[in-house]
Ligand binder design. Sequence first.
Ligand code: NAP
Length: 262
Amino acid sequence: MPACNGAAPPSGPVRHTVVILGGTGEGAALAARLADNPRLDVVTSLAGRTEAPAPVAGRVRIGGFGGPEGLADWLRTEKAAAVIDATHPFARTISENAAAACDAAGIPRLVTDRPAWEAGPGDDWHFFSTLTEAAEALPRFGRRAFLTTGRQSLPAFAHLAEMWFLVRLVDRPAGPLPLPVCQVVVGRGPFDVEAERALMADHGIDVLVTKASGGAATSAKLAAARALSLPVVMIARPEASGEAAAHTADDVESWLNRILGT
Ligand code: NAP
């Protein structure tokens, strides 16, 4: 029988719970990378907007938290060591909630940044601050619009009886859409320039409508619009928080290493 010497039982290396607020390709790529680190327990949080989210490495939880207090409670329960906000640039509420929740729970937080799109020669981009303003102006630019602003944005275009819409959605809609005349195409990025050009040409599109989301996954439509000499109606990004952000997965890993010694 082994002697009892009062020493603490042997334990493995500490695993730190890292929460990724996701719903983006960047969030999924980050989860895939961090989940390879045996010292990290990676949990990605999704809002639950899409019926069949793309696979994500590590643990996944789905659904809202019930505001910043709910998020702070959940982070405490999970004993989260760090939060990475890799949400979409237009998802401002969850980012503001994450800032408040992490402050309240004393948990370090890092925001990831997605490079903005830059107009180049041949681009004909028109920026609007809101969906409502973009919809108001749309008939000035064309009559057959490729609408890529997401399901939640559609009511803003509902009154445009003179327009025809090709609507791209992540999920096939269960019922009719709130648009006068439209056709749905289902798709999830990344997209290819030639396929985007063919899609727009085949449907006689004369104007593209998009959020100024930035990043590579959905930028092919802009190159396609340029090739077809089409105007682009763009909804400008909401004001950024102004805090320092990580630009690459390397930046995120260095930050985690600095605060957690991973
Ligand atoms: P939002 O307006 O910033 O958030 C609305 C509410 O949805 C939040 O208050 C929160 O509910 C819940 N929520 C949002 N993101 C969440 C997450 N990652 N995990 C758990 N709950 C979340 O967000 P949104 O613009 O509707 O976007 C929803 C999700 O879709 C985000 O995760 C975003 O990354 C992704 N997405 C958005 C867009 C876009 O154009 N907005 C495009 C592509 C992907 P509670 O207050 O109840 O916690």
